[in-house]
Design a protein around this ligand. Structure first.
Ligand code: 5AD
Ligand code: SF4
Length: 442
């Protein structure tokens, strides 16, 4: 039996794709192994979103050589494979397969060729491809990533995704519900719906509101999340479905990218600062206790000091619970490459802005988290904590990380905890024993 190892970089969609690839290869007779040692096939599932994501992969391809024997097949899959295609075969003589996100169905066949010494690049888009008949080999025993949409039809000027994942298409609602039933039967109770702009989901008959209601109605689904939405696709119907569906968690990851309408316009985000604030207000009004996290790009071409100050005030006024901050990275082939060179923000200015935003973000989140000490809430135990013996990492419905004492038998189960401390970003919690339990604070 040939042994396959898949290493995954980038977003949850890539994690989900790796689960699908592994499932397909196991069905074709491969054995899955957890590390590169002794592998007959090594696949690196890559990300292309920023330059440094690609640099990491290139470095890693070099490192992996030391685990390879003469016959080991090395394949590159995912967004960087799609972006570079045959160029990867030219630059790295040990790579024998380059497979883009819509071509995973052909993996077993391509591997047969590679074993005979052939080298291939497969990067055609396939707008019908949802891998419906694949049995995903899930890495996580607590939550299930379920892709509901592939590709993206927005054209944000900085973003490579429309070019690496192609046009937007959605799975049929019935297929998503069927997969949800299957994972619940396997014992998973948290579902995370995935799509590049997941709330623009439409299968021609049903929209994202219908999907939330249908998945939330599957018996055994206790928590329902989704990532990542686009602010423009939060119709009143979708917000009402979130509010009405008990399983939908009180957290949304809502990428803002910038707090300046001028910058948002050049990003082609198709909303203004006011539109974004409005979206936040509508969601907060409908969903009590909603926490909001975001993505922000610092140093987009043409971002002035005044534009940046608008991002600072937006972060202060909205009160995000957390944010992923990114320095702008120019991606070959994106519309941003056509901005005049004088619009580029110098590196030292970007770094100063990034550090200021990071500090403001952290202190805001810290203050908000401090106010929550003493609160009681339900958590789902996800895994053993990285640090400390007999400590577990758990998650609240509103996406706070809570470290609780306990042993591995508690993983996948729900407990009531009291928040006893915070580092500013994560909490420590004490288990509240049911006999003494007070009503859970909402
Ligand atoms: N440079 C920096 N950040 C980017 N993102 C997407 N493209 C770029 C880029 N070229 C960020 C956005 C997006 C997140 C996944 O990555 O904030 O929401
Ligand atoms: Fe990229 Fe914009 Fe599509 Fe998100 S919505 S994947 S940022 S193009």
């Amino acid at each position: 039996m040939l042994k396959v190892y898949i290493e995954t970089y980038g977003c949850q969609m890539n994690v989900s794709d790796s689960e699908l690839m592994l499932g397909k290869l196991i069905a074709a007779g491969y054995e899955s192994i957890a590390g590169p040692e002794g592998a007959d096939v090594i696949l690196v599932n890559t990300c292309a979103i920023r330059e440094n994501a690609e640099q990491r992969v290139i470095g890693r391809l070099g490192e992996l050589r030391r685990f390879m024997h003469r016959d080991t097949i090395l394949g590159v899959t995912g967004c960087m494979a799609q972006r570079l295609g045959p160029r990867l075969l030219e630059t790295d003589s040990r790579v024998s397969l380059v497979v883009g996100p819509d071509a995973y169905r052909s993996l077993p066949h391509l591997l047969e060729g590679a074993i005979k010494g052939e080298r291939f690049s497969a990067t055609d888009f396939d707008l019908e491809e949802h891998y419906e008949d694949f049995q995903a080999k899930r890495f996580d025993g607590v939550k299930a990533w379920i892709p509901v949409q592939r590709g993206c039809d927005y054209r944000c000027t900085y973003c490579i995704v429309p070019y690496t994942r192609g046009p937007e298409r959605s799975r049929k609602l019935e297929d998503v519900v069927r997969e949800t039933r299957e994972v619940v039967e396997q014992g998973l109770s948290e579902i995370v719906l995935l799509g590049q702009t997941v709330n623009s989901y439409t299968d021609g008959t049903h929209d994202f509101a219908d999907l939330l209601r249908a998945v939330g109605a599957v018996p055994g689904v206790k928590r329902l999340r989704y990532t990542s939405p686009h602010p423009n696709d939060f119709s009143d119907r979708v917000i009402a479905a979130m509010a009405d569906t008990a399983a939908v968690c009180e957290h949304v990851h809502l990428p803002m990218q910038s707090g300046s309408s001028r910058t948002l316009k050049r990003m082609l985000r198709r909303y203004s600062r006011e539109d974004y604030f409005n979206c936040v207000a509508r969601m907060r009004a409908a969903i009590p206790g909603l926490t909001i996290t975001t993505d922000i790009i610092v140093g987009f071409p043409g971002e002035t000091d005044d534009d940046f100050e608008e991002t600072m005030t937006a972060v202060r006024d909205i009160g995000f619970d957390d944010a992923f901050l990114f320095k702008f990275s120019m991606r070959e082939g994106t519309p941003a490459t056509r901005f005049p060179a004088e619009l580029l923000v110098p590196d030292d200015v970007v770094t100063l802005r990034f550090d200021r935003l990071h500090a403001a973000m952290r202190s805001g989140a810290r203050q908000r988290n401090m106010r929550r000490l003493g609160e009681r809430m339900e958590v789902l135990v996800e895994k053993e904590a990285r640090k400390g013996d007999d400590m577990l990492q758990a998650r609240s419905r509103d996406y706070k990380t809570v470290i609780v004492p306990g042993d591995a038998s508690m993983i996948g189960k729900y407990f009531t905890v009291e928040l006893t401390g915070t580092t500013g970003s994560t909490f420590t919690g004490a288990l509240v024993h049911e006999r003494r339990a007070l009503p859970v604070a909402s």
